[in-house]
Design a protein around this ligand. Structure first.
Ligand code: FMN
Length: 405
């Protein structure tokens, strides 16, 4: 985990919306990520979720409205102390009532006074009935808050607790945490930049039920994409068949074969400032595809002729435009540096991330990686750690942000 994610101090404001029942899970996930959490409930928030459950999961007391105008804490005025302590304040869920209170600068609730007093970034997750969300008053309140620099996360669309279908759902715990990390990420160097990342394997079908592939899980590509997103990039994530638990914030293109990935990437390449080719694209496909399942009964042995797929990285290298940065990945089983360096030059890449897939804790499927980052200007850096750490370091090196880890 990068330094900037460690031991962050989070105030979680909880208001009186039905989705407050999900807040114990938010507290749990924050604590699991190493955050110190102070939960602050509005008077009505308490009616929707138990303070005892929250305090048990946070490992400390929670703050209730009854603590606000009480002298139990002595000189420690709760709304000021918490406002100054926080690295970030999240309000999840945030009701229409609290949005309205915030927009007009009301301070009757402990949470609202804290929000007025804090200098920390504030991320708000509105959650309510779709008509309440679309009401001009709510829309206006959200606009006012955005103008003051408060981040308003988009509610999700789906079935709402009130029985309606539409926009207004509280996003999942993963999405809430990612929005928080994005807010806390100290680098915004990719703001205004378009970044395309490819990830995962490709499937090259021989017949309707069989394909050639590889064990890539797409974790390294995902980490590169997420790290770029934290830094403010617009991320297009082109992935082959692999399971990802949360692709929020990305423009997702899901493909199956190498040829499909090639078409998708090349169609988008012109507008991209950075292209990260982390997918394990199949080099070969069957020379001919059998429409019918190849039957075992018909032969003791089957010979499959393979032909080469188009080299996507090389095609990108050929059409690379001024100001575009191409970052390739090379998974090698031998002569790591020589092979990777040759690949970088031949394909006209700016960087290549070389990893030895035979080393333990490195390569396909693992959560860790150990890589060499080679650049066209001849530099060579070595990074190991979780795939998230490695991705952070690779971006730091490319963007020359040595201070970020
Ligand atoms: C069962 C129930 C569910 C509610 N769910 C929501 C909700 O999801 N979003 C919302 O904005 N208001 C919701 N409300 C209305 C708020 O509870 C009400 O406006 C309350 O005063 C909010 O106060 P607070 O923002 O200070 O916590 C709900 C009310 C009830 C009775």
């Amino acid at each position: 985990m990068p330094d900037w994610k460690q031991k962050r101090k989070v105030v979680l404001g909880i208001t009186g919306g039905i989705s407050a029942y999900k807040t114990p899970e938010i507290v749990r996930a924050l604590v699991k990520s190493g955050c110190d959490v102070e939960a602050v409930l509005t008077s009505d928030g308490e009616k929707f979720v138990s303070p005892m459950v929250l305090s048990t999961l946070a490992g400390k007391r929670v703050w209730r409205q009854s603590d606000f105008l009480s002298d139990d804490a002595g000189w420690k005025i709760p709304h000021i102390t918490l406002a100054d302590w926080a690295d970030v304040v999240i309000v999840a869920p945030c009701t229409a009532e609290t949005l309205s209170n915030m927009a007009r600068g009301a301070g009757k609730e402990l949470l609202c006074s804290l929000l007025l007093a804090t200098g920390a970034p504030v991320v708000v997750f509105p959650a309510m009935n779709v008509n309440m969300l679309n009401h001009p008053a709510t829309a206006r309140n959200m606009e006012i808050l955005k103008e003051t620099g408060i981040i308003i996360a988009d509610p999700e669309t789906g079935s709402l607790a009130c029985g309606y279908e539409g926009k207004g759902r509280l996003p999942s715990v993963e999405v809430i945490l990612e929005e928080m990390w994005k807010t806390l990420c100290p680098s915004k160097k990719l703001e205004g930049k378009n970044v395309l990342v490819t990830a995962g394997p490709t499937w090259e079908f021989l017949d309707p039920v069989r394909f050639l592939s590889n064990p890539s899980t797409g974790k390294m590509g995902y980490a590169m994409a997420r790290s770029a997103w934290y830094r403010g990039a617009s991320v297009t994530f082109v992935h082959g068949p692999a399971a990802f638990s949360n692709l929020s914030g990305f423009d997702v293109k899901s493909v199956v074969s190498a040829e499909e990935m090639k078409r998708t990437v090349l169609a988008l390449s012109e507008e991209m400032d950075y292209i990260v080719k982390a997918a394990a694209v199949g080099d070969f496909r069957a020379a001919s595809f059998s429409d019918r399942k190849i039957k075992r009964a018909n032969a003791d042995a089957v010979t499959v002729d393979l032909v080469q797929n188009t080299d996507i990285a090389a095609s990108l290298g050929e059409r690379k435009r001024q100001g575009q940065t191409l970052i390739g990945f090379a998974a090698e089983s031998h002569d790591l540096l020589a092979n990777a360096s040759e690949k970088m030059k031949r394909k006209n890449l700016d960087y290549i991330v070389a990893n030895d897939i035979t080393a333990s804790g490195s390569g396909f499927g693992t959560d860790t990686n150990s890589v060499r980052l080679l650049s066209r200007d001849g530099s060579a850096d070595e990074f190991s750690g979780t795939k998230e750490d490695v991705a952070e370091r690779v971006w730091n090196r490319i963007l020359e942000e040595d201070w970020l880890l």
